[in-house]
Design a protein around this ligand. Structure first.
Ligand code: HEB
Length: 739
């Protein structure tokens, strides 16, 4: 086998590529995903409208019937597919991570590589294919993304568990999402990169960039998982079931579980409930060693496999002979019925290390009780078994306390599991205004980042004109209004649809104190705006601070550009009580090139952080370019510095940033890794200072091409138009109410 066969392929896509020649070059590919070039549905296809015409109860009935409709080609364990479908839904949603809001079940990405071929997702190819007749029947009225999760919910219900509800509303994507950093390892189940350097990460706020060399990174009791990752191995959703790196150490497993589940937004209680609740159902599959028995994963399998993978040559290759994880465990005596037996057995028995028929580390109860049914042979019974990661719930002192409480109070386990499961499935669906269907719970949950409904008449055109005048007459520098509006709106991230200007959380902890928001300037601006709000809000009239912050940016921008800038009222103000401070901390940028804040860490450059953030803001490369050039001209750096402000008339929306950056009369020199100085070639006079986030627009060929458009003599008008459109887009990223 050659190194990389595609390189020798002389058709489109083959050959040695730019990313082979220059692996470190800044890539913009993540800014051009999921466009209507890849989407087969009509441009005006409205998933919410399609979903509303869905026969939801009919669909649920069909799913319920499928649970026990065992198919010859992939028989159901214990005559019920419930366990398999719960695992499918859990693995779909469970890739979510708090640091960048990416992963999760919101895009139906389990259909595409790498997820469809992850070693942790073995046999889920079968689970999804079992669903095809139902997907086919309901067509575009139900997305795969919604269907994969709803099926897990229905599986729970059909086995006697009362769920907390369900909301649809996840439109499908049509290509593999390249934006997610899944780790740097090149072998499945590897974890050498993620534990190599402490906490350094792509989008995490807690990036540690110091000397980590004193630490033994391979020590399973002390190692730190790289941010933003939330899995202990390449290709796993969370942790190794056999224990860290396969070592059957339940205490160390608890440590990995706490880290990874914490990064899925779950606390100890939710974590225990999810594992105990989930493993009340189904079984694991390790009839024989995978070795020569199991074929290639879907992405590498032959055409005849038709999207299936892991063809199993062991005996029948299915049913009792299935090889999935290689472990062979059935947790309870009633694997197709909700019960409290998982915790009962966990504490009732002592556990002895053993091997599965597949050769993996697992645990068997020291007892003669053969109480566990066989999935296929009614005459066979087994002793209770557990995974190392299950024993973590008993061995870890904090988990143990919770587990024992749940053991004594099954109702508490049921309630916590129901809520944690609902959160797991809906964490990245975004605000309630996106939720669809008849099963939406009425209780408002803190992780929704709730925002009050509009309960007053919105400001009209006349009010807007009055307010704009007061804003501009307030004596505050217009650039400070622009910075504040940007700071407010640009917390948005497309992955989990958190953040954004709505709610005016910029005035609340923790955002008000973020260094990137220049707290001193911010509080001054907010004071002024609150004064304007108070004065305006006499009698029947009201304006939210959230609207006012955006409107102030709009007014300042109109002044700076001389053109009119769109504004759509309708935001409301969230309270501090509606704001989970710990959870909002994850939205703080480590670096934000739009405001020239922060800089490279050990492995990630400032410009990579910039593109990463542009992706979170759902921007295209032209939008990114226009916004950075405009924000520099508007003098909107977080600290008011002149970095990148390549203009003699700061505060005006001109294309000067591009004109001056592209000026051949300037010679640039690196002053440090982050700071560059531009000198007049003739006089040697220092003209400009810029950062990596500025210079990249002249150095990177594609960004330079875009900069040339805006920096040309016919570019100014287009630039203003594009900047205003991109600005408006950012201000409204979270306005799902506008549709
Ligand atoms: Fe689980 C299964 C691991 C969590 C639910 N898991 C399973 C398995 C394993 C595991 C290995 C087997 C696979 C096969 O088939 O072979 N998990 C695990 C871990 C964890 C978990 C390590 C962390 C600690 N789970 C979980 C959760 C849930 C679950 C959270 C939910 C909620 N699982 C589950 C189920 C199952 C499993 C249901 C069964 C499946 C069947 O039956 O098929």
């Amino acid at each position: 086998m050659g190194e990389c066969p595609i390189k020798e392929v002389n058709t489109g896509g083959g050959g040695t590529r730019n990313s082979d020649w220059w692996p470190n070059q800044l890539k913009l590919n993540i800014l051009r995903q999921h466009t209507n070039v890849t989407n087969p549905l009509a441009k005006d296809f409205d998933y919410a409208a399609a979903f509303k015409s869905l026969d939801y109860n009919g669909l649920k009935k069909d799913l319920e019937a499928l649970m026990t409709d065992s198919q010859e080609w992939w028989p159901a364990d214990f005559g019920h597919y419930g366990g398999l479908f719960i695992r499918m839904a859990w693995h779909s949603a469970g890739t979510y991570r708090v640091f960048d809001g990416r992963g999760g079940g919101g895009d139906g990405q389990q259909r595409f590589a790498p997820l469809n071929s992850w070693p942790d997702n073995v046999s889920l190819d079968k689970a999804r294919r079992l669903l095809w007749p139902i997907k086919q029947k309901y067509g575009n009225k139900i997305s795969w993304a919604d269907l994969l999760l709803l099926t897990g919910n229905v599986a729970l219900e059909s086995m006697g568990f009362k769920t907390f509800g369900f909301a649809g509303g996840r439109p499908d994507t049509w290509e593999a999402d390249e934006s997610v950093y899944w780790g740097g390892e090149t072998t499945w189940l590897g974890n050498d990169v993620r534990y190599a350097g402490g906490n350094e990460g792509v989008a995490g706020h807690g990036v540690v960039d110091g000397d980590q060399s004193s630490k033994n990174h391979s020590d399973i009791h002390t190692r730190d998982l790289q941010e933003p990752l939330a899995a202990a191995h390449m290709g796993l959703i969370y942790v190794n079931p056999e224990g860290p790196d396969g070592i059957p150490d339940a205490a160390a497993s608890a440590r990995d579980i706490r880290t990874t589940f914490g990064r899925m937004a779950m606390n100890d209680e939710e974590t225990v409930a999810l594992i105990a609740g989930g493993h009340s159902f189904g079984k694991t599959h390790g009839a024989a060693p995978a070795g020569d028995n199991v074929g290639k994963e879907p992405a590498a399998a032959g055409l005849e496999a038709q999207g299936f993978g892991w063809e199993n040559k062991f005996k029948s290759g299915k049913g009792p002979d299935t090889i999935t994880s290689g472990l062979e465990v059935t947790w309870t005596a009633t694997p197709t019925k909700w019960s409290n037996k998982y915790l009962e057995y966990l504490f009732k028995y002592e556990w002895e290390l053993t091997k599965s028929p597949g050769g993996a580390n697992q645990w068997v109860a020291k007892t003669t009780d053969e109480i566990i049914p066989d999935a296929y042979d009614a005459n066979k019974k087994h002793k209770p078994t557990m995974l190392t990661s299950d024993l973590a719930l008993r061995v870890d002192p904090a988990y143990e306390k919770i587990s024992r409480r749940f053991l004594e109070h099954p109702d508490e386990l049921a309630d916590t599991f129901a809520r944690a499961w609902f959160k797991l499935l809906h964490r990245d669906l975004g605000p309630r205004s996106r939720w669809l269907g008849p099963e939406i719970p009425s209780e408002e949950l803190i992780w929704e980042d709730p925002i009050p409904a509009v309960n007053h008449a919105l400001i009209d055109a006349k009010d807007i004109a009055t307010l704009k005048k007061e804003i501009l007459d307030s004596g505050v520098e217009p650039s400070a209004f622009i910075s504040t509006a940007w700071a407010s709106a640009s917390t948005f991230r497309g992955g989990d649809k958190r953040g954004g200007a709505n709610g005016a959380r910029i005035r609340l902890a923790p955002q008000k104190d973020w260094k990137v928001n220049n707290p001193e300037q911010l509080s001054k601006v907010l004071n002024v705006l609150e004064g304007i709000q108070k004065k305006f809000s006499g009698g029947s009239k009201k304006v939210s601070l959230a609207d006012l912050i955006v409107l102030a940016g709009v007014a300042a921008l109109e002044k700076a550009s001389g053109v009119s800038v769109p504004f759509t009222p309708g935001r409301t103000d969230a309270s501090q009580e509606q704001t989970d401070i710990e959870s909002f901390k994850h939205l703080e940028p480590y670096a934000d090139g739009f405001r020239n804040y922060g800089h490279s860490s050990g492995k990630v450059t400032t410009e990579q952080y910039l593109v990463d953030r542009a992706h979170l803001l759902k921007l295209t490369a032209p939008e990114l370019t226009a916004l950075v050039g405009g924000l520099r001209a508007l003098n909107a750096n977080y600290d008011g510095s002149a970095n990148g402000v390549f203009t003699k008339r700061p505060g005006q929306l001109t294309n000067d940033f591009f004109v001056n950056l592209l000026d051949t009369n300037t010679a640039w020199k690196a002053k440090s890794r982050e700071i560059y100085e531009g000198f007049d070639r003739k006089t040697g006079e220092k003209k400009w200072v810029g950062t990596r986030a500025d210079l990249v627009f002249g150095s990177h060929a594609e960004l330079r091409a875009l900069s040339e458009v805006y920096g040309s003599s016919d570019g100014q008008e287009k630039f203003v138009k594009d900047f205003v459109a991109a600005w408006d887009k950012v201000m409204n990223l979270d306005r799902y109410d506008l549709a």
